[in-house]
Write a protein that binds this ligand. Structure first.
Ligand SMILES: [Zn+2]
Length: 360
């Protein structure tokens, strides 16, 4: 008997992508009996499930963000490469290169294999294991930056830009907006690689996850709280803060702040301008257009399902290469963290991008 088509055993339900024979849902947006969670961002990892299977790092991140009780009544850690079988469905996790602990969920049932990639990127990240392409029959991908204008430059070049500005304005405080899980720690690690060995100051909202990364073996160097009261001491310093704090009074109380934001959306110049960002840094933890297309080709799946983001352009491009694309329109993904287009909804961003054309 030929292997069953993935459409027959993997369905879109209001909870998310549900595996019928396995009885579990990947990244469910509502509380379920059994969840498999790709990574700790709040739009993928939600509270209130009974059983949660994920990497040990993702489970630790969930406990830190939600509290012990809400991060799943029972937690089952599996490491990349380990395999568990649930109701005849083989489950394996493979690194996704997105944030610490992020994993693709590889499912196999009766000889039919689906890989649900969650969020991923292909660019180097010193704080997590690199994405590993897994051949499959159906590849399930995001498309947050699924338009040809989205091309993320090498992150070390963006970090060099920040350090040049710090050298140029030694009296000013550089405050960089970045998301608490993943982006913040990657930025710190890249600064350390670039030779910045002075303390890095953190807004209170970023401290907890940095400490957790360190407990999980990611070294971040000398981190100190950014106390606005001691603004003189922060002259010439680099301060990291959540994007929301960068936009408000908190940042303006620093010494002549240079406002930077690290996000893939900084590619859209108009968006940076609207938010008063003086120094946009295009650093993303999501695949850009070229990475999405390269990944789809590498996994060799004849069929690709797109969970969220700019699915139409990607599906059109894949069709030209003989790959069948299908938009899943999963609800509830891309509402949080970097996916959430800062300063406006996704559509506004697309229009801004279209109006501007490809930015430099
Ligand atoms: Zn994510």
């Amino acid at each position: 008997m030929p292997p069953p088509h993935p459409e027959t055993w993997l369905r879109v339900t209001p909870e998310g992508l549900h595996c019928l024979p396995g009885g579990f849902t990947v990244d469910p947006v509502r509380p379920v009996e059994r969840a498999v969670v790709t990574h700790g961002h709040a739009d993928h990892a939600r509270p209130g499930h009974r059983a949660v299977l994920a990497t040990p790092e993702t489970l630790a991140i969930m406990r830190a963000r939600m509290g012990e009780g809400r991060a799943g009544e029972s937690q089952q850690p599996i490491r990349p490469g380990e395999e568990v079988t649930h109701n005849g469905v083989r489950i394996r996790l493979a690194p996704a290169g997105h944030v610490l602990g992020s994993a693709q969920v590889c499912l196999e049932w009766k000889g039919s294999r689906v890989v649900v990639s969650g969020d991923y990127k292909r660019a180097r990240d010193p704080t997590c294991a690199p994405f590993e392409p897994v051949p499959c029959d159906v590849f399930v991908t995001e498309a947050t930056f699924g338009l040809p204008i989205f091309r993320h430059p090498p992150a070390d070049g963006e970090v060099a830009k920040l350090l040049r500005s710090v050298a140029l304005f030694p009296e000013r405080t550089h405050v960089v907006g970045c998301y608490a899980l993943g982006k913040c720690q990657r930025l710190i690690a890249l600064l350390r690689e670039a030779g910045w060995d002075r303390p890095i100051h953190l807004h209170g909202a970023l401290m907890g996850l940095c400490r957790l990364y360190e407990e999980l073996g990611v070294r971040l160097g000398d981190l100190r709280p950014a106390t606005v009261a001691e603004k003189a001491a922060l002259r010439g310093a680099i301060v990291l803060a959540p994007p929301s704090a960068v936009a408000d009074r908190w940042a303006r109380r620093l010494a002549e702040p240079v406002v930077a934001v690290a996000s893939g959306w900084m590619r859209v110049r108009q968006r940076a301008r609207l938010r008063g960002v003086e120094l946009p840094l295009v650093i993303s933890d999501h695949a850009d257009w070229a990475e999405l297309n390269r990944t789809v080709d590498e996994v060799g799946a004849p069929e690709v399902w797109v969970t969220h983001g700019r699915d139409d352009a990607l599906i059109h491009a894949m069709a030209g290469r003989g790959i069948r694309g299908r938009a899943l329109h999963l609800i509830g993904l891309g509402d949080d963290e970097e996916d959430a287009a800062p300063g406006g909804g996704g559509d506004a961003g697309e229009h801004a991008a279209a109006a501007e054309g490809a930015t430099a």
